[in-house]
Design a protein around this ligand. Structure first.
Ligand SMILES: C[S@@+](CC[C@H](N)C(=O)[O-])C[C@H]1O[C@@H](n2cnc3c(N)ncnc32)[C@H](O)[C@@H]1O
Length: 270
């Protein structure tokens, strides 16, 4: 666990996660993504529901021992380690945050997975890898921080022919309340579900699946608020910074989306 630093004016994605990451770890989980529940009667904990969402994407990757998977926007490495353990594949996680590389690398070492799971700093929109270097690409709730066409072209480039891209994206509420923000300090942008077939095709990929899973992920916001309220005192005592300050800083970096949705996108390189 690291101490949060403030998001400076005009802050980057990396600043945003340096600030919010420690709170997310305490109030949510080391999985920095939505939970997946069957419905109101599903009693899974946040840890179980976020791991379950990882498992749903792992199934779709269809990889096994000897395969090499790129995890684009790997956070602090929990999904990459789960993927490697479940499939036997090797995983390289990339993130735009040096802090996350450090945390993820340490977690892989502690889990004795360093021989098959590694992490490095890289920008997904200009990846330092050769064409066709990976058998599959996972991008779990990260493309919402990127220029989607550029990131998708890069994913298609580093993927071998026949390889699959499995990703999730955050989608705007269906009521039209989301307004794109031109402010460069806003590090997330949303695109509609209907835009995805075009985005995938323009990147030279073939769409295999586009699933709206909002009904399964929509409890995330309420559960996150519960988690924050539960850990508030402990977080403030441990880090010497108020939760409100962290949330205010994060707000300046996020568009106002009270009820964001979630989509799974699966595609392959012909
Ligand atoms: C919501 S977190 C998801 C983390 C992880 N996939 C998970 O599910 O736990 C978004 C991640 O995308 C990464 N990211 C955002 N923009 C990026 C970029 N241009 N290149 C590489 N990683 C990026 C962030 O650093 C962060 O690790």
């Amino acid at each position: 666990m690291t101490s949060p630093s403030a998001v400076p004016p005009g802050g980057t994605v990396s600043d945003y996660y340096s600030s919010l990451g420690p709170l997310l770890q305490m109030a949510w989980d080391d999985n920095f993504h939505f939970g997946y529940w069957d419905g109101p009667s599903d009693t899974r904990s946040v840890q179980e529901a976020t791991d379950r969402f990882t498992d749903l994407l792992i199934e779709r990757l269809r990889v096994g021992p000897g395969d090499r998977v790129l995890d684009v926007g790997c956070g602090i490495g929990k999904p990459a380690m789960r993927l490697a353990s479940a499939t036997g594949a090797g995983v390289l996680g990339i993130t735009i945050s040096e802090l996350q590389v450090k945390q993820a690398t340490e977690s892989a070492r502690l889990a004795e997975l360093s021989d098959r799971v590694a992490f490095q700093y890289a920008d997904a929109m200009a990846m330092p890898f050769g064409d066709g270097s990976f058998d599959a690409v996972l991008a779990f709730e990260s493309i919402n921080h990127m220029d989607r066409p550029t990131a998708l072209r890069e994913m298609a480039r580093v993927l071998r022919p026949g390889g699959r891209v499995v990703l999730t994206d955050v989608t705007p509420p269906g009521d039209g309340s989301y307004q794109p923000d031109d402010d460069p300090a806003v590090v997330t942008s949303l695109t509609r579900l209907e835009d995805w077939p075009g985005l995938v095709g323009d990147a030279g990929l073939v769409l295999d699946e586009l699933t709206d899973v909002t009904e399964n992920t929509k409890d995330t916001a309420n559960r996150m608020i519960d988690g924050i309220l539960r850990c508030r005192r402990e977080f403030e005592a441990r880090h010497g910074v108020s939760v409100q300050e962290v949330l205010d800083a994060a707000k300046s970096a996020l568009p106002t989306v009270p009820s964001a949705g979630c989509a799974i996108v699966v595609a392959h390189k012909p």
